[in-house]
Ligand binder design. Structure first.
Ligand SMILES: Nc1nc2c(ncn2[C@@H]2O[C@H](COP(=O)(O)OP(=O)(O)OP(=O)(O)O)[C@@H](O)[C@H]2O)c(=O)[nH]1
Ligand SMILES: [Mg+2]
Length: 194
């Protein structure tokens, strides 16, 4: 069943249980990444709407899958962050069940953006998520965040390193929700995914 699309990006719903995933009929673009990497901030920047997705200095703020309409015909998903050290095992299990349930139900009808902190490159948790994408046949794009935190030299370095390692296998974006660098390109990419 296709729900009516909104005129502007709007919050749609939150989901804690994979059994309650919505069947809205639109293509989904989901934002994955470690907690605090800047998923919610980037969604707000892409939608050009402050406070659409809740952002926070406290890592692990987003605990549910949050769905947003992105007219004309896309739904964006803010996926809970992973890898925050003080998360108890029960919560980690919940995250994993939610993530795997989500991916299993979407697969061919979604595209994943894996967000990576420009200062940290790829960490073991990110590699785990990439492996899961490959296992489930999920198409993905790498998106470096907080690019404004690097100086010119570091920016050039990161671009070169990312190009060498991933340039052949997937698209790579360099973004800053703060300065809006790369946001327009990313928005165009989201639109073209549908
Ligand atoms: N300098 C800079 N700070 C950013 C940028 N994007 C996000 N931040 C800051 O990073 C912190 C975390 O941002 P969020 O967007 O809440 O990160 P998140 O990935 O949604 O975090 P969780 O929901 O906890 O997993 C906030 O303090 C943001 O202001 C950016 O591009 N540049
Ligand atoms: Mg968030």
């Amino acid at each position: 069943m296709k729900i009516a699309m909104t005129k502007r990006p709007e919050f749609m719903l939150s989901v804690v249980d994979p059994l309650h995933l919505p069947d809205h009929g639109y293509f989904e673009v989901a934002f994955f990444g470690a907690s605090n990497v800047g998923k919610s901030s980037l969604i707000n920047a892409v939608c050009n709407k402050k406070n659409l997705a809740k952002t926070s200095k406290t890592p692990g703020r987003t605990q549910m899958l949050n769905f947003f309409t992105f007219p004309p015909q896309t739904v964006l998903v803010d996926v809970p962050g992973y890898g925050f050290a003080s998360v108890p095992p029960s919560e980690r299990k919940h995250w994993q069940d939610l993530l795997l349930g989500y991916l299993a139900s979407r697969a061919a009808r979604m595209h994943a953006y894996l967000l990576l902190d420009s200062r940290r490159f790829l960490r073991p948790n990110d590699l785990d998520v990439l492996r899961i994408f490959q296992e489930y046949g999920i198409a993905y794009t790498l998106v470096f965040t907080k690019f404004d935190k690097l100086n010119n030299y570091e920016q050039d370095n990161l671009k070169q390193m990312a190009q060498e390692q991933f340039g052949q296998s997937c698209l790579v974006f360099f973004t800053s929700a703060r300065t809006r660098l790369g946001v327009e390109d990313l928005r165009r990419d989201v639109r073209e995914r549908t």
